[in-house]
Write a protein that binds this ligand. Sequence first.
Ligand code: AHR
Length: 306
Amino acid sequence: DAGGDADAGGDSGSGDLITVGFAQVGAESGWRAANTKSIQDTLTKENGFDLKFSDAQQKQENQIQAIRSYIAQGVDVIAFSPVVESGWDAVLEEAKAADIPVVLTDRAVDSEDESLYVSFLGSDFVVEGEKAGQWVVDEFGDEEINIVELQGTTGSAPANDRKAGFESAIEGHDNLKIIASQTGNFTRSEGKTVMEGFLQANPDIDLVYAHNDDMGLGAMEAIEAAGKVPGVDIKIVTVDAVKDGMQALADGKFNFIVECSPLLGPQLAEIVKQVVAGETPEKRIITEETTFTQEQAKEALPDRQY
Ligand code: AHR
């Protein structure tokens, strides 16, 4: 039977293993690489899983195609990290009709029908944006600060939410002005290119708010190439806390990082096991995260896993 009985704990040709189809966003950032590793290292045969993994190269149509192929293969559970928030209802309805439970990991969908997925595991991106904004509020008091924002992938949950959270934290502080905001698609190279444009158009930038470390690292390179000192002439605040970002923070080139944990593999494995056992996992599981100053980064760096 290749039709896939979602409750049977693996009857898609892999013995007693639980078959999981995982449709990853891509390999756009250090965060994503660590997230992929966490999932692949956890959902192993030794741990009772048969993992089918695909990389959508940041394209929604590729993710939809991968999910359709998992449905056709009759996997026990589908998990995915949606590249953008909207446009998932049709394929999720197909999974539901095939009786294959779906677990959202890392990113949300904007579907109104919550029965289209069993659980959503990941960060609260609004809170992450708020933490970044609050640091800026606390750090600069009444000083006039010109901020440029490097947004994540347009339409993605972390870009939407980190923007909204940051804006709500600085609201009412008229001295803190976002003078330019553009997507850098969560990549280092686009972060650099967009920052070069910002620097050419605005002689007076005080702070970069980047929605992830990689774009912050790209901005750092652009700032250095423009003959300015990142972390001093232009402050940098980012989200993620991957090793390269933490190194820049410890070196004084970044000023503050809000953590976003990519280590979702173990919790995903638990959710999948629960679902296959016929149990109901929690609908929303929020990842626990902290923040880092330059001093805290120096302390944390030696033990950083990713
Ligand atoms: O969805 C999580 C975000 O995606 C990370 O913050 C970013 O680095 C990644 O590309």
